[in-house]
Ligand binder design. Structure first.
Ligand code: HDE
Length: 708
C-alpha cells in the first residue's frame, strides 16, 4: 500500500463507528437505560413532552433521507485502486498517469439514469460509470457512462431530455422506462439524441453485470504535458470479464425475481474475492488533428472509431472492497467532471462546459451546503488548506487568526504553488469569437454514426435492437410519434426501419414535416441545423460489437445445479474441482426443498436455494448431475422444466450428466441436438469454454416455440 492509500483508509476509519461490546448513548453521549418505552404519566398515561430521548431519536429518524440524485439515483459503489502500466509524461504531467510506482485509491459508483433510487437494476437504460481517483494531487473524477456517446450536444437541453424520459408528469408513469410517448416525442424532434438512443436500445442497455460493462469518459478532454503541449484524449474502461448482456425477457423477469441483481452481483463478487478489473485505455489525438475527422471532437454525440485512433491501454483498475455503509459512501459520494488535476484539462464541448456548473450546484440541495467535500468519501487524500470558512455542517476546525489572503499575520499561508511545484494552471487555449447562441454546423450529422453502429453489430445484436425498438415504440400511444421515429430510422438503416415497422404494423412515411430537427432557436438557420444524410466514412467498426470484446476470465459466473436426494455427488465434485477452484465460478445447489439433500453416497449437502425461491434467470448456466432417484424426483417438479426451458430460451449453457439425459429428453432441450452450449456428459473444460462465450446466440432464432 502506498502512502496515499493508507491515508484514505485511515481517513475513513476515523469516522467509522462500530458498536461491538459498547453501551448505547444519546447523540450527546448520555448512557441510555431504556430504549423501548416513552416517558409517560403513569403506565397507561399520556406521553410527556419532556422525553428528550424519544424526541432526539424520532427527530433524527424523521430526517434520515436526503434528496435522491435527479438522475442516476439508483446505483452501487465499491472501493479499489488504479495502477498505471506505463509513464505517459509525453502527454500529461498528471502524476496519476506518470508515476507507475503509485497505486491510486478509487471509489466507483455504477448507476442507471432514469429510475428512482428504489427502481429495478435491469431497466433498459444507459449506465453511469463514475470513478473518483484519490490522487496525491487532489481528486480526479472521471464521470462517464457505459456508452461512448451522449444524448444531447448542448447542456441547455439536459433538463428537457431528462423530463421527457422520467415518468410523465400527470400520472407519474412509467418508472425507470423510456418506453413512453413523452420520451419518443422529444427524441424524434431532437435528432441528435438518436445515436445514444441506439446504444440504449442495443444490448448495452441491459447489461449482465456492472462488472461486464465498458466505461467511457465520452467528452474529448485534454492532456497537457510539462512543457504545456496539449493532446486531445478520450477515456475508455475495458472490463476483463468481457462485455455481456441479458435478453429482454430475462431483464423483465430479473426485475421481479431480484430487483437488486446488479447490486448483489457486484457485492457478492467482491466479498468472494473475485475482484472485478477494468483496463484504462486512451485515444490520444494530436492538437493539430482537431479538424481532421468527419465529425467534430467537441460533439458528445460522436465517438472516435478505434480504427481511426487506436485505444492505448495504460493501466488497470481493481475493485476490491465493498463500502461499510451504503448511505455514508455510495449515497453521499459527490462526483464532478470539474474535479481535475494538473495535466488534465477540458475542451469547449458545450455539454462538458455545462456539466462543470451542474455538479456542484446539485450537491447544494442534495448534500445540504458547500461543505460536502468534507464528507469522508469526498475528501482528498492530500491535505486541504484554503480560506473557505463556516457554512452549514462545517467539520474542519480552522485554527489561527487569518482567513484571508494575502496576509502577513498568518505568515502568508496557505501560500500559492508555482506550476513547477504542482500548482494548477489552465491550458492557454486561444479563444476568439462572437457572443452567440448557436451550434456549429459540424454538429449536424445525426445519422452517420448510428448507421455505422448498426452495421457493426452481429446479426443477433441487430435482432435484439429491432426487438427493443418494436417493444418501446409499441408501448407508445401516438402513431404520429411512432411514424416520425420510423422515418428517422429509415435514414439510419432501411433494414432496421422496415423490421420495426412490420412489427408495429405501420408503414414508414415517405415524407415528413420539416424541419426534421426541431431542437433549434426560433430564428435559427434551418439548413444549418437539418441533419445531413448518412455518410459511410467507415464500413464497420469491430470494437462496437460486444462479441468482439472477449472475456479473459469467467470468475464470479453463477451456475445453478439442480439436485434432489440421490444425486451423483462424484460428478458434481468433478465439475466443482475445475470450475469453482480453478476458474472461480460459483455453484449454487437448487433442490425441491430447503435445508439439505443427500447425494448417492449418502453425504449431506447444504441446499443454497429451494426451487420455489429462485429462478433460472438469476444464473449464467445450468448443470444437472445424474442419479436415478434425484432425476426421478426432479421430473415430478414443474419448476424444473421452467428452469431448463428458460435457460434454453436465453441461450445459456446447459450440461446434463448421466441419468439427467432423461430431463434432456423430456424438456425442450431435445430439439437442440448438436447445439454447442448444450452438453451431454461433457468435460468441465468444455463447460468452462462454453461459459466464456456467455451465450450461444445462434440458438436464439430456433427458440421461438419455447413458451416460458
Ligand atoms: Fe450527469 N449529472 N449531467 N452526465 N451524471 C449527475 O450529479 C448533468 C452527463 C453522469 O454516481 C447529477 O451528483 C448535466 C454526461 C453520471 O453519483 C447532475 C449534464 C455524462 C452521474 C448531473 C449531464 C453524465 C451523473 C445528478 C449535461 C456522461 C452519476 C446527481 C450538461 C459523460 C454520478 C449528481 C454518481 C450525475 C447533471 C450530462 C454522467 C444533476 C447538467 C454527458 C455517471 O448534477
Amino acid at each position: 500500500m502506498t502512502h496515499g492509500e493508507n491515508n484514505k483508509t485511515n481517513d475513513l476509519l476515523k469516522n467509522t463507528v462500530t458498536s461491538g461490546g459498547k453501551s448505547m448513548t444519546t447523540d450527546q453521549g448520555l448512557h441510555i437505560n431504556d430504549d423501548a418505552n416513552t416517558l409517560k404519566a403513569g403506565e397507561r398515561g399520556a406521553s410527556l413532552l419532556e422525553d428528550f430521548i424519544l424526541r432526539e431519536k424520532i427527530t433524527h429518524f424523521d430526517h434520515e433521507r436526503i434528496p435522491e440524485r435527479i438522475v442516476h439515483a439508483r446505483g452501487s459503489g465499491a472501493h479499489g485502486y488504479f495502477e498505471l502500466y506505463e509513464d505517459m509524461s509525453a502527454y500529461t504531467r498528471a502524476k496519476i498517469f506518470t508515476d507507475t510506482a503509485n497505486r491510486t485509491p478509487v471509489f466507483v459508483r455504477f448507476s442507471t439514469v432514469a429510475g428512482n433510487k428504489g427502481s429495478g437494476d435491469l431497466a433498459r437504460d444507459i449506465r453511469g460509470f463514475a470513478v473518483k481517483f484519490y490522487t496525491q494531487e487532489g481528486i480526479f473524477d472521471l464521470v462517464g457512462n457505459n456508452t461512448p456517446v451522449f444524448f444531447i450536444q448542448d447542456a441547455m437541453k439536459f433538463p428537457d431530455i431528462v423530463h421527457a424520459v422520467k415518468p410523465e408528469p400527470d400520472w407519474e408513469i412509467p418508472q425507470a422506462a423510456s418506453a413512453h410517448d413523452t420520451f419518443y416525442d422529444f427524441i424524434s424532434l431532437a435528432t441528435e439524441a438518436l445515436h445514444n438512443h441506439m446504444w440504449a436500445m442495443s444490448d448495452r442497455g441491459i447489461p449482465r453485470s456492472y462488472r461486464m460493462m465498458e466505461g467511457f469518459g465520452i467528452h474529448t478532454f485534454r492532456l497537457v504535458n510539462e512543457q504545456g503541449g496539449s493532446h486531445f484524449v478520450k477515456f475508455h474502461w475495458k472490463p476483463k470479464l468481457g462485455v455481456h448482456s441479458v435478453t429482454w425477457d430475462e431483464a423483465v423477469k430479473i426485475n421481479g425475481a431480484d430487483p437488486d441483481f446488479h447490486r448483489r452481483d457486484l457485492w457478492e463478487a467482491i466479498e468472494a474475492g473475485h475482484f472485478p478489473e477494468w483496463e484504462l485505455g486512451v485515444q490520444i489525438i494530436p492538437a493539430e488533428d482537431e479538424h481532421k475527422y468527419e465529425f467534430d471532437l467537441l460533439d458528445a454525440t460522436k465517438f472516435v472509431p478505434e480504427e481511426l485512433v487506436p485505444v492505448k491501454i495504460i493501466g488497470k483498475m481493481t475493485l476490491n472492497r465493498n463500502p461499510d455503509n451504503f448511505f455514508a459512501e455510495t449515497e453521499q459520494v459527490a462526483f464532478h467532471p470539474g474535479h481535475i488535476v494538473p495535466g488534465i484539462d477540458f475542451t469547449n464541448d458545450p455539454l462538458l462546459q455545462g456539466r462543470l456548473f451542474s455538479y456542484t450546484d446539485t450537491q447544494l440541495s442534495r448534500l445540504g451546503g458547500p461543505n460536502f467535500p468534507e464528507i469522508p468519501i469526498n475528501r482528498p487524500v492530500n491535505d486541504v488548506r484554503n480560506n473557505h470558512r463556516d457554512a452549514l455542517m462545517r467539520m474542519t476546525i480552522n485554527k489561527g487568526k487569518t482567513n484571508y489572503f494575502p496576509n502577513t499575520l498568518g505568515g502568508g499561508c496557505p501560500y500559492l504553488s508555482k506550476m513547477a511545484e504542482g500548482g494548477f494552471t489552465s491550458f492557454e487555449e486561444r479563444i476568439d469569437g462572437r457572443k452567440i447562441r448557436d451550434r456549429s454546423a459540424s454538429f449536424s450529422d445525426h445519422f452517420s454514426q448510428p448507421a455505422l453502429f448498426f452495421r457493426s453489430l452481429t446479426e443477433w445484436e441487430q435482432r435484439h435492437m429491432i426487438d427493443a425498438y418494436a417493444f418501446e415504440l409499441g408501448k407508445c400511444i401516438h402513431d404520429t410519434i411512432k411514424q416520425r421515429m420510423l422515418w428517422l430510422m429509415s435514414q439510419i438503416d432501411d433494414r432496421l426501419a422496415m423490421a420495426v415497422a412490420s412489427k408495429l404494423g405501420l408503414a414508414i412515411p415517405t415524407d415528413i414535416e420539416r424541419p426534421i430537427n426541431q431542437n433549434i432557436g426560433a430564428d435559427a438557420d434551418l439548413d444549418k441545423y437539418e441533419p445531413s444524410v448518412a455518410k459511410r466514412y467507415l464500413e464497420k467498426s469491430e470494437a462496437l460489437s460486444q462479441q468482439r470484446l472477449p472475456a479473459t476470465t469467467i470468475a464470479g459466473r453463477k451456475i445453478a445445479v439442480l439436485v434432489a436426494d440421490g444425486f451423483d455427488g462424484v460428478a458434481l465434485q468433478k465439475m466443482k474441482m475445475y470450475l469453482e477452484e480453478l476458474k472461480h465460478v460459483q455453484f449454487q445447489l437448487i433442490a425441491p426443498h430447503g435445508g439439505t439433500v443427500r447425494c448417492a453416497d449418502n453425504i449431506e449437502h447444504l441446499v443454497d436455494a429451494a426451487l420455489m425461491t429462485t429462478e433460472s434467470v438469476l444464473f449464467d448456466a445450468l448443470y444437472i448431475p445424474g442419479g436415478v432417484n434425484s432425476i426421478a424426483a426432479l421430473t415430478r417438479e414443474g419448476k424444473v422444466f421452467k428452469f431448463i426451458n428458460e435457460a434454453l430460451k436465453h441461450c445459456k449453457v446447459i450440461a446434463f450428466d448421466g441419468e439427467a439425459e432423461e430431463l434432456f429428453q423430456l424438456s425442450a432441450a431435445k430439439d437442440f441436438v448438436g447445439d454447442e452450449a448444450i452438453l451431454l456428459n461433457e468435460s468441465p473444460e468444455q463447460f468452462a469454454g462454453a461459459l466464456a462465450k456467455h451465450r450461444n446466440w445462434l440458438r436464439e432464432p430456433n427458440t421461438l416455440h419455447i413458451a416460458v
